[in-house]
Design a protein around this ligand. Structure first.
Ligand code: 17E
Ligand code: FE2
Length: 364
């Protein structure tokens, strides 16, 4: 099945409420979601309804594994409990992991550490961070160490929004990778976005990619949202706002693609179709060689499973659970070219979703 390794389940399906993001920056998105909360629109019922609808949308497109982020820089942690409930309610059709995501920082937000620990103790699957938005670079590095400590203490996975900024001096990823390597935690750690890598000098990127490969951490890129939010402070030449997918790939660092957002303040589009991030990703990262295209399914399947730490039991192999999708095309090149639908999504041997391919009649 497809894997959606990165989506914000607390904010999904709110696009336009209370207003649309007209600047297209990450910062206006954070501001709008903050207004959503201030208007008391974020209630447990609201979160449950939207998250369930988003997960059904993903399931309809053949997704059976999702990692969802929930903002924990909110004093009452309103979205956490309902999302923990939803995670259980949808188990029959989709596996959900939840990440405690401190959108406004751990050290830069009042009681940030306390809120993160509270979320860790309530049953989330992974600990997140947002070091590039901390007040200082020192706080950024310290927050990474702290979140790794919390993850180790509670035995949780790690998925950090890391260096999602077009700032070549945003270098928290090296801290995360070094700690993962030293503590032997690499296979349990993912770094999301890492878009500053698109702004680093080549000599530094070379050194960093070697460290990443040694550390065994995964990278999760969100090509649609980072193409949209990235480069917004550039005039021309204008950066693409993406991490170095091709170089990471060539160095053997597993890269997965996600949508990041399904219709929220950061992304007006997003519909649960994993071919969308693949499509954007192969263009933006210039992965358009024939073999690269044929191989591109791995970004939303095997590499996603690896990033989520669910590789065991994933994939078509004797003895694995009968979870799979059928696509209406002979190979992945044709899947991408024709945007082939998932005709069947099968889970534990049962059909979860069925799509009839569209038929066009030409009257010429
Ligand atoms: N928050 C953040 O820091 N970055 C993002 N891409 C989204 C939310 C969607
Ligand atoms: Fe994100």
């Amino acid at each position: 099945p497809y894997v959606e390794p990165h989506v914000h389940l607390d904010a999904c399906l709110t696009a336009g409420t209370p207003r649309w993001n007209e600047s297209g920056t990450l910062f206006e998105g954070v501001q709008i979601f903050s207004e959503y909360k201030q208007l008391n629109l974020l209630s447990p019922e609201d979160v449950k309804r939207r998250a369930t609808a988003a997960l059904r949308l993903l399931a309809a497109h053949g997704v059976q594994h999702v990692r969802g982020h929930v903002d924990v820089t909110e004093p009452t942690l309103t979205a956490l409990e309902p999302l923990l409930e939803v995670r259980e309610e949808v188990r029959d059709f989709i596996d959900v992991q939840l990440v405690a995501f401190p959108q406004e920082g751990i050290l830069s937000f009042p009681n940030g550490e306390g809120l993160l620990r509270k979320a860790a103790a309530s049953g989330v699957d992974a600990i997140g961070g947002c070091p590039h938005l901390e007040f200082t670079r020192g706080y950024g590095a310290d927050s990474v160490r702290l979140l790794m400590d919390v993850a180790e203490e509670y035995g949780l996975l790690v998925d950090v929004h890391c260096d999602e900024i077009d700032d070549p001096d945003s270098r928290n990823l090296e801290v995360l990778a070094a700690l993962a390597l030293e503590r032997g935690m690499g296979r349990r750690v993912a770094a999301s976005h890492t878009t500053a890598m698109g702004a680093y000098p080549d000599a530094y990127a070379h050194k960093l990619i070697n460290l990443l490969a040694r550390s065994e951490i995964s990278i999760i890129s969100n090509p649609m949202v980072n193409m949209h939010l990235g480069g917004r402070f550039d005039t021309y030449p204008k950066r693409r706002g993406l991490t170095r997918v091709k170089e990471l790939n060539n160095a053997g660092v597993p890269v997965a693609f996600g949508e990041d957002d399904l219709q929220d303040p950061w992304h007006p589009l997003g519909n649960g179709d994993m071919l969308d991030p693949v499509w954007m990703g192969v263009y933006a990262a210039q992965l358009m060689g024939y073999d690269e295209l044929q191989d591109a399914y791995k970004f939303v399947t095997y590499n996603g499973a690896r990033a989520l730490g669910v590789s065991e039991g994933y994939g078509i192999r004797v003895g694995n659970p009968a979870n799979c999708i059928l696509l209406d095309a002979p190979n992945f090149y044709e899947v991408l070219r024709t945007h082939a639908p998932v005709t069947y999504s099968i889970r534990q041997g049962k059909i979860v979703a069925k799509t009839q391919p569209a038929q066009t009649t030409l009257y010429i």
